[in-house]
Design a protein around this ligand. Structure first.
Ligand code: PMP
Length: 300
């Protein structure tokens, strides 16, 4: 089987040839931005939202992406087609590009644009049936007034540190608090709690990425008549919730059944979580930018 095609620096190359310079400031300093996107049955879910977030992250760090959003959309669709994928995970990376060893981005002549698309290995079904164990960690979410969590930058050390802590503690995911002790999010996913029929998620200004799955779940919850709102909450509220779940492009919607050793309700995924997961999996199948419109029978 021939290897994957990667979009790298204005052309498609084979995976084995997909190399970037050691002088790229993305590598030297984590100077760049990225997105993780998913395609289901040839439809790229929420592509516009992902592109908007990518371009906003880039704007925030004064990184001029050398393509319009329309061109970038075409490149992503082309990457899916070239690899003949239907259900895929897509990684878009825009780094500052090669420069000299000093950290000043002024030495970088041109940003590097990379698009990787590959068949998605789904998370095991048992994980959704069993639910995750989560633990709060000592490292705090970085403060929005220092480095905004809305900048989805290549510097993911804050998130990597909490993942290490979670691994050390033997739990599946880290619960990140902000500097005041309010719940923010997981290492790569947003958090929701359900209490007395009401769904809550922390406002992003407390220090969470405004997740695209998060927003899709808020919309779906509204459509299905749930009471859902953004409000600050603490670990106590998580420990005493009826349900806890996480959302993210990769994980979709997944239950959390244990937090810091406290079993959540009866320790199994709850009905609101299961319902929203089912609705989400329904929507992603049909919603999105079609990569293969010619699949429709032509009139000629
Ligand atoms: N928070 C963080 C820190 C993340 O990295 C991610 C994954 N992009 C999320 C939340 C979930 O965001 P989304 O639903 O857009 O994938």
């Amino acid at each position: 089987m021939s290897s994957q095609w990667i979009y790298l620096d204005s052309k498609f190359v084979r995976k084995e040839q997909a190399m970037v310079s050691v002088f790229d400031h993305g590598f030297l300093y984590g100077d760049g931005v990225f997105e993780g996107i998913r395609a289901y049955s040839g439809n790229i879910f929420k592509l516009t939202e992902h592109l908007n977030r990518l371009y906003e992250s880039a704007q925030s760090i004064m990184l001029a992406i050398p393509y319009t959003k329309e061109e970038m959309e075409q490149i992503i669709v082309e990457t899916i087609r070239k690899n003949e994928l239907e259900t895929a995970y897509i990684r878009v990376v825009v780094s500052r590009g090669p420069g000299n060893l000093g950290l000043d981005p002024a030495s970088c002549s041109r940003p590097n644009v990379i698009v990787i698309a590959e068949e998605l290995a789904l998370f095991p079904k048992e994980l959704y049936q069993r639910g995750l164990r989560m633990g709060s960690v000592a490292s705090r979410r970085n403060r929005p007034d220092v480095l905004s969590p809305q900048v989805k930058s290549l510097n993911y050390l804050n998130n990597i540190l909490v993942k290490l802590e979670a691994n050390q503690a033997g739990v599946d995911e880290a619960l990140m608090l902000n500097d005041q002790g309010y719940v923010t999010e997981g290492s790569a996913d947003n958090i929701f709690i359900v209490k007395n029929g009401k769904i809550l998620t922390p406002p992003v200004y407390l220090g969470a990425l405004e997740g695209i799955t998060r927003n899709a779940i808020i919309d779906l919850a509204h459509q299905h008549g749930y009471s859902i709102s953004e409000a600050p909450f603490t670990r106590h509220d998580v420990y005493t919730a009826d349900e806890v779940f996480l959302t993210g492009t990769a994980v979709e919607v997944i239950a959390v059944v244990d937090v810091d050793g406290r079993t959540i309700a009866d320790g199994t995924p709850g009905s609101v979580t299961n319902h929203l997961l089912a609705e989400y999996r329904n929507v992603v199948q049909t919603d999105g930018v079609q990569c293969y419109p010619s699949h429709k029978v032509s009139a000629v």
